[in-house]
Design a protein around this ligand. Structure first.
Ligand code: 8NA
Ligand code: MG
Ligand code: MG
Ligand code: MG
Length: 345
């Protein structure tokens, strides 16, 4: 038996792993039909034969592991250490579906012997930096490690972890939004699934809007805040958006602006029963909706499932789904170690 907070820490990282592994087979599809998806998710939950079919993780988890390990080993942010872990992980297993351009950062880091670990990312896209979701997809350990951090410190830590690969504000602000959302879910006091009805999506979104307004206040435009404001309208009107509508309104692509808000909307939407997919489990609903929007399914599912895991904890996740994911035991251990680090044990 672990405490509910330890359970929420596990849910955060296991959710991220599960969305990545189970969402990956549909990456790049343009929305996924109800029949294909129902068949897939139903089969995932049934044990047939003696050997369970396993699902591989992709870059999302590879980089999440590196972030967690670096924070734990260095007891905080160490740019060189984290950059080295990203690069070595990539070198050992390059075929994990990394973004098309981020691999150039790893090569440049190695070539320059990690002398200035922030330099290669700055040169990406003719100096504009990457706005991909690659920094947001790996940020869950930061929300855990920064569980007790004040707002500004948490944002700074997130930004630093992002700048190693993503220097465009679309990239690092996307990571900040995802990190703040997880952090808020962790701090939302829900003792178990039976208290789900207490969760208030509107309040959750409003306080996220307040936070993101602070983050974007000195910038020339506020793209993330604007998207959250349009989400607020959708939620207040209690519209039940289908997959196409979600993809159209919030996006389903590899840019953080087209995937982080999408994951947050899906997390909020999955709180209530879905018309298209019948299941009582909020976690399974999150997975269904994430994959249904198509596009960057592994990353959207990873981010959305991490949020659901942070709110309810790992015990709400069907065990058979966890067992199907590669490295699930290792990820569970990382969550426990982060919990111990935060508790000062
Ligand atoms: P990234 O930094 O290479 O960015 C991803 C892509 O976004 C780039 O390849 C560009 O197409 C585009 N992009 C980013 N910034 C700019 C810019 N300033 N100007 C023009 N285009 C830009 O990699 P990342 O780490 O952000 O990518 C993360 C995503 O890649 C995740 O979804 C992950 O799952 C993976 N992914 C892999 C595949 C695959 O083929 N296996 C497909 C989609 C995504
Ligand atoms: Mg991936
Ligand atoms: Mg992939
Ligand atoms: Mg992806």
């Amino acid at each position: 038996q672990v405490s509910q907070l330890a359970n929420k820490f596990r849910g955060t990282l296991i959710g991220a792993l599960l969305g990545d592994c189970l969402g990956a087979p549909f990456e790049g599809d343009f929305v996924v039909t109800k029949s294909v998806l129902t068949n897939y998710v139903t089969k995932l939950q049934v044990e047939t034969g003696s050997v369970l079919q396993m699902y591989s993780y992709t870059d999302d988890t590879a980089m999440t592991k590196s972030v967690a390990e670096s924070l734990l080993e260095c007891k905080g942010f160490d740019a060189k250490d984290m950059a080295k872990r990203f690069t070595f992980e990539y070198e050992q297993q390059p075929k994990r579906g990394y973004g098309a351009n981020v691999v150039d950062v790893f090569s440049a880091l190695k070539l320059t012997d990690f002398e200035d670990p922030f330099a290669p990312a700055k040169a990406q896209f003719k100096g504009l930096g990457s706005y991909g979701n690659g920094s947001a997809m790996r940020i869950s350990p930061v929300a855990l490690f920064g569980y007790n951090m004040p707002f500004d410190q948490l944002c700074d830590l997130t930004k630093n972890c992002s700048l190693l690969t993503h220097t465009n504000r679309g990239g690092y602000n996307g990571a900040i939004l995802q990190c703040l959302a997880i952090h808020q879910a962790l701090h939302t006091n829900i003792t178990d699934i039976n208290e789900a009805a207490k969760f208030n999506s509107k309040e959750f979104l409003n306080s996220l809007i307040d936070s993101m307004t602070k983050v974007e206040k000195d910038e020339t435009s506020q793209p993330f805040t604007d998207k959250l404001l349009s989400m607020k309208k959708v939620i207040e009107e209690e519209k039940e958006l289908g997959a196409l509508d979600i993809a159209y309104l919030f996006g389903h692509g590899v840019a953080a602006i087209n995937s982080v808000p999408t994951a947050i909307y899906i997390f909020l939407r999955a709180q209530k029963p879905l018309q298209e997919y019948e299941t009582d489990n909020v976690f399974v609903r999150t997975l269904y909706l994430s994959i249904s929007v198509g596009g960057d399914t592994d990353t959207i599912a990873s981010m959305a499932c991490s949020l659901t895991g942070a709110l309810y904890g790992a015990t709400e996740i069907p065990e058979i789904l966890i067992k199907r994911c590669e490295v699930n035991e290792e990820i569970m251990k990382l969550a426990d170690n982060l919990y111990a680090a935060v508790m000062g044990k």
